[in-house]
Design a protein around this ligand. Structure first.
Ligand code: G3P
Ligand code: CA
Length: 253
């Protein structure tokens, strides 16, 4: 009889998650990098948060401001007045001079106005009171349905669950747990976000997690050859410094 038609490749798009905003094109974790990400077709923006000395959550990645601003010192040792005065753009390129280290509240207000979804990383260990302040900031903007919280720190995720059980949570891992599905159940995770290197050891875990209703967003991947591998494994999304390129790659498939 007639030859069977060749199986059509499964056209599964990867959710585009912009790592620290569009961090290859603009200074990371600023309102401008978030806006570039949005315009690039990112569905989610990943940002990091940690508190100032006076307990105000700020959007910044490193433990100190040295690399990404014109100031110096640990974020947790600087007052909000000091952080507000820093230039977070010039280090990247002179054209970004004047970009600020945003407060989480300012970043959320921007998201509320301009749209998009936020994958908010609680960076480093936080106390229950510090997590409560983050949750309160999210609540005050009334955009909780557009926010997912992630952390390497399970204790922070437990605080989020206690304080705001309806806020979706993701665990960040550099390596796979022995039983990721059990970990996801125990923490009530919506997503299990493992590094590209960590995942390569046991790729079958992706199907197990997805069958259990848990998303898998892999970080931080900027290479189209790796996007192809990950799409084949059935991962949900990719956290990338190059959201425009990933959106274009999705569209071309
Ligand atoms: O979202 C994953 C990734 O952001 C975790 O690593 O150091 O960039 O926060 P890092
Ligand atoms: Ca991060």
């Amino acid at each position: 009889g007639p030859a069977a038609p060749a199986a059509a490749p499964v056209a599964r798009a990867l959710t585009v998650i912009a790592h620290r905003g569009a961090s290859a094109a603009a200074p990371e974790n600023t309102l401008v990098s978030d806006e570039v990400a949005r315009r690039s077709g990112a569905e989610w923006i990943e940002n990091d948060v940690q508190p100032s000395r006076d307990g105000v959550p700020y959007v910044v990645h490193d433990a100190t401001v040295d690399r990404t601003t014109d100031g110096s010192g640990p974020v947790r040792s600087l007052t909000s007045a000091r952080l507000d005065a820093l230039d977070a753009g010039s280090w990247f390129a002179p054209s970004f001079a004047g970009a600020r280290v945003p407060t989480l509240a300012a970043q959320l207000a921007d998201l509320r106005t301009r749209g998009g979804r936020l994958l908010l990383e609680i960076k480093g260990p936080h106390s229950r009171a510090e997590v409560a302040r983050i949750v309160r900031d999210v609540w005050e903007q009334r955009i909780a349905r557009r926010v997912m919280v992630q952390s390497f720190d399970p204790a922070s995720l437990r605080y989020v669950r206690e304080l705001a059980p309806e806020l979706p949570r993701a665990l960040l891992r550099e390596r796979l747990d022995a039983d990721p599905v059990a970990v996801a159940r125990e923490l009530g995770l919506s997503a299990y976000n493992v590094s590209y290197r960590g995942l390569s050891a046991r790729t079958g875990v992706v199907a197990e997690l997805r069958a259990a209703g848990v998303a898998v967003d892999v970080w931080t991947v900027d290479d189209p050859e790796r996007w192809r591998v990950l799409a084949g494994l059935g991962v949900t999304g990719v956290i990338t410094d190059r959201p425009a390129e990933l959106a274009g790659w999705n569209a071309a498939r």
